[in-house]
Design a protein around this ligand. Structure first.
Ligand code: NAD
Length: 351
């Protein structure tokens, strides 16, 4: 046996079985391919409104027709012993209903971000998990990313690489193309998306500021950046400022009108940590700058997807609270609702 770069995976029959609900862009391009590279998880079932697509995907990944479900016959998944975890990758406004259905079927749930549209929805999802005695995790992949984890250590760890952190600047943006891209059609419709750029990508700015500073904001002010296009009934851009108990401030933004932005800067009394891009699927760049030096840190084989999926698998196997539970999703949704209230009123909102 050579020296192993990572431990051997569990034997296939010992891996935790995942059903994926919604065979859209993220499920098919990122999640399902990465499930095959995990230590503890495997794909065992598919849930889709399109039987032909489910058959094609099932053939490719070895998921037999008896483990393929439509949205209508989903509830019989309760009898499918190959499924331990149900991973919900549907438009945001459907997350609550499907989480409740998955818990009613007696399975653990991994749900995509944003957890739901309102804090009330999030609380109902957490309660459904407690009633079922099952775990609920939110797919905050960046919190499993070795680059983001190293950045947290630099900012908050014993080494205090940048002294006392004081300011976070973070921006997430992309062009929304509802007429060209299928995955953007529902994102332009409030009823399905729940919110606009904030719910979709601004959530990375928000969550990033919270995990890098390691504290919760106490107040927020916000502005909409521009009026939205006619065919888009969600906000396209919002900028907001959060104040934290330590005295640190985070200036955050999200936009559907810029080509690509996924960056986070943390500035402290002795230097700056930069993640740019911070939350890309495949490329992250991490820099630490102090008076003495400017260093780029390279972490080989950093895969946030497998780390996240393995955390869900282990939390299910051990029936323990995962690292990013429903309560973490609830915090972000509560703050995002406060950001909208602050932008609507032009007033500072206390959290
Ligand atoms: P998508 O449009 O590509 O996929 C959505 C899937 O839901 C499609 O298969 C669609 O057919 C299905 N669907 C079921 N009912 C629907 C309905 N009523 N209207 C529209 N579609 C319906 O979207 P996506 O980009 O895969 O996003 C899905 C979820 O995953 C969202 O919550 C999104 O925020 C999240 N996501 C997370 C990340 C991440 O990095 N964590 C990345 C992309 C998407």
């Amino acid at each position: 046996m050579p020296e192993l770069q990572q431990p051997l995976p569990d034997a296939p029959d010992e891996k935790v079985g995942f059903a994926v609900v919604g065979l859209g862009a993220y499920a098919l391009n990122q999640i399902i391919p990465n499930l095959g590279s995990t230590q503890h998880a495997k794909l065992t079932a598919l849930v889709s409104g399109n039987a032909e697509k489910a058959r094609t995907v099932g053939r490719a990944y070895g998921v037999m027709e008896e483990h393929q479900y439509s949205y209508d016959d989903f509830d019989r998944i309760a009898e499918d012993d190959s499924v331990d975890v149900i991973y919900i990758i549907l438009p945001n406004a459907l997350h609550r209903e499907w989480t409740e259905r998955a818990f009613a079927a007696g399975k653990h749930v991994l749900c995509e971000k944003p957890m739901a549209v309102t804090a009330e929805d999030c609380r109902a999802m957490i309660d459904a998990g407690k009633r079922a005695g099952k775990q609920l995790m939110i797919g905050y992949r960046a919190q499993y990313d070795p680059y983001n984890l190293r950045a947290i250590e630099l900012v908050r760890g014993e080494e205090k690489a940048i002294g006392e952190p004081h300011l976070v600047f973070t921006e997430h943006g992309r062009m929304l193309k509802p007429k060209e891209e299928q995955r953007d059609e529902w994102r332009a419709v409030k009823e399905l998306a729940g919110g606009g750029s904030l719910y979709d990508i601004g959530i990375y700015s928000l969550n990033g500021a919270r995990y890098l500073l390691g504290e919760e904001p106490v107040s927020v002010t916000a502005n909409y950046r521009e009026p939205s296009e006619k065919e888009v009934d969600v906000e396209e851009g919002v900028a907001w400022t959060m104040k934290f108990p330590s005295g640190a401030t985070a200036n955050c933004s999200s936009s559907y009108r810029v080509e690509q932005a996924k960056r986070i800067f943390v500035q402290g009394t002795e230097g700056e940590v930069t993640l740019d891009p911070a939350t890309d699927y495949y490329v992250r760049n991490l820099y630490v700058k102090t008076k003495e030096k400017n260093t780029q840190l390279i972490i080989p084989q950093a895969n946030q997807f497998t780390a996240m999926l393995d955390e869900m698998a282990l939390a299910a196997r051990e029936n323990r609270t995962p690292k990013t539970p429903g309560e973490e999703g609830l915090r972000d949704v509560t703050i995002m609702q406060a950001i909208y209230r602050a932008a609507d009123s032009g007033k500072e909102v206390t959290l």
